[in-house]
Design a protein around this ligand. Structure first.
Ligand SMILES: Nc1ncnc2c1ncn2[C@@H]1O[C@H](COP(=O)(O)OP(=O)(O)OP(=O)(O)O)[C@@H](O)[C@H]1O
Ligand SMILES: [Mg+2]
Length: 357
C-alpha cells in the first residue's frame, strides 16, 4: 500500500497451553518502523484442548479467543495466526535460475518432490532467496512452505467462530524470526539458532546473514517435563505443572522434581544435538555461533546454561519487547518480564501486515 495507513493485525498465537494476543502500533517508514505495544493478553487453555497443535475442543478455543479480546479491550478483529508442527513443511532447495513468472509456473512441480502429502491437500507459499553463491553457479535458492489445508481451516474456523477474521497465516518458526529481527542486530557471518520451546513443540529456525537456512519442528517441550513429574511423583497435571515452575507443595520433594527435570532436559538437549548435527551435515556450516531461546520452556531453570555448556555457544533468552516501547502504567514491567519468553510468536505474528506473504 503506497498511501494511507497500512493495517495492523492482531498477532494471535494459538498455542497448546495458552492463547496469546499482541497488538502493536507501528510508525515510521517501511524498513525503519518503530513499535509501541497497544495490547497484550494471555488466556490459558485446559490440557487436552489442543493436542500436538490439533484443535480438539473448538468451542473452548473460540471462547478463549473471545475472552482474550474482551478482557484486553482489543477492538481490531483482523488477525494473523501461526501454525506449526508436523503438518507444516518448510524446505529450502536450489533450482536453475529463472524469472519470477517461470518460478510461479513451475513451483507446483518442484514442490511435489519435497512434500510428503498430495499437492492438492496443501497450501503452498514460497520465496526466492538472495544467494550470491547459488547465482555464481547459475542457480537460485527457494524457500518453500507448505501446510495441509485441513490444518489451516481448523485454525481459521475457530477464529471465525470467535468473530474474528484471519487475514494472514504464518508459521511459528518464522514469526519468532520476525520478532528477533526487530529486536536484535543481525550478526554478520554468524549462524544463529532460534529455539522456541513451548508446551508441545520445539520450533528450530537457523539463520545465516539474516536468512532462514534451516527450520524444523520437533514434538518435545514443556509437556514432557510435566508428564515426567506427573508419572514419577504420582501427581495431577496441575500439581505437576506447579512443581515444574518451582512452587513448593506439601509432599513434593524439590530434589525429586529437580532430578526428573534434569533427565528431561537431557532428552531435550539430545534432540537439539541431533538436529544440529543434521544441519551441519547438510548445510556445510560448521558451527552454531549463538542460540536464542524463547517459549515458556525457556524458563526451565538451568536449561540455558546446560545448552551453553553442551554446545559451547552463548545462549540468550530472546526478549521480544526489547525494542518495543510500552506504557509501564498499563503493562507492569515485572509481568512483562515474566511473560516475555512466551510472547515471541505472538509479537512476530503482530508484525505481519495484510498482503504479506
Ligand atoms: N516458570 C516456568 N518454568 C518452567 N516451565 C514453564 C514456566 N512457565 C511456563 N512454562 C511452560 O512453558 C510452556 C508454555 O510455553 P508456550 O506458551 O511457549 O507454549 P505454547 O505456545 O502454549 O505451546 P506449543 O508448544 O503448542 O506452541 C508450558 O509447558 C509451561 O508449563
Ligand atoms: Mg507456541
Amino acid at each position: 500500500m503506497l498511501f494511507g495507513k497500512s493495517k495492523n493485525l492482531v498477532g494471535l498465537d494459538i498455542g497448546s497451553s495458552s492463547i496469546k494476543a499482541v497488538e502493536l502500533q507501528s510508525s515510521g517508514r517501511p524498513g525503519r518502523e518503530t513499535y509501541k505495544l497497544k495490547s497484550l493478553g494471555v488466556e490459558p487453555l485446559p490440557p487436552q484442548t489442543i493436542v500436538e497443535r490439533d484443535i480438539i475442543d473448538n468451542l473452548q478455543v473460540s471462547e478463549a479467543i473471545k475472552k482474550v479480546f474482551l478482557d484486553h479491550k482489543i477492538k481490531n478483529r483482523d488477525v494473523c495466526t501461526g501454525i506449526a508442527g508436523n503438518s507444516v513443511i518448510v524446505k529450502k532447495f536450489s533450482l536453475a535460475q529463472m524469472t519470477t513468472e517461470e518460478l510461479a509456473e513451475s513451483i507446483h512441480w518442484e514442490a511435489e518432490q519435497y512434500i510428503p502429502f498430495p499437492i492438492a491437500e496443501v497450501n503452498l507459499d514460497y520465496q526466492a532467496l538472495e544467494s550470491s553463491r547459488a547465482a555464481d553457479q547459475g542457480k537460485m535458492e527457494v524457500l518453500l512452505a507448505a501446510a495441509k489445508k485441513d490444518k489451516i481451516s481448523g485454525y481459521t474456523s475457530v477464529i471465525s467462530q470467535a468473530g474474528k477474521n484471519t487475514m494472514v497465516v504464518d508459521v511459528d518458526a518464522f514469526a519468532v524470526q520476525n520478532a528477533y529481527e526487530i529486536n536484535y542486530e543481525m550478526p554478520i557471518n554468524r549462524v544463529v539458532a532460534l529455539l522456541n520451546i513451548g508446551a508441545s513443540l520445539m520450533n528450530i529456525n537457523i539463520l545465516y546473514q539474516g536468512v532462514s537456512i534451516f527450520s524444523r519442528d520437533i514434538s518435545i517441550g514443556g509437556n514432557n517435563y510435566t508428564d515426567a513429574i506427573q508419572k514419577g511423583l504420582n501427581l495431577s497435571f496441575e500439581r505437576a505443572e506447579a512443581a515444574k515452575k518451582g512452587d513448593s507443595h506439601e509432599g513434593v520433594s524439590p530434589q525429586q522434581v529437580a532430578t526428573i527435570m534434569n533427565e528431561v532436559s537431557d532428552d531435550l538437549k539430545n534432540e537439539i544435538q541431533k538436529t544440529f548435527e543434521f544441519f551441519k551435515a547438510t548445510s556445510g556450516q560448521e558451527k552454531i555461533d549463538q542460540i536464542m531461546l524463547s517459549g515458556g520452556t525457556a524458563k526451565v531453570i538451568g536449561l540455558a546454561d546446560l545448552l551453553a555448556d553442551k554446545f559451547n555457544t552463548p545462549v540468550e533468552i530472546l526478549n521480544p519487547f526489547r525494542n518495543i516501547t510500552f506504557n509501564s502504567k498499563v503493562f507492569d514491567p515485572d509481568y512483562m518480564a515474566d511473560i516475555s519468553p512466551f510472547s515471541a510468536v505472538a509479537v512476530g505474528l503482530a508484525l505481519r501486515k495484510v498482503g504479506d506473504r
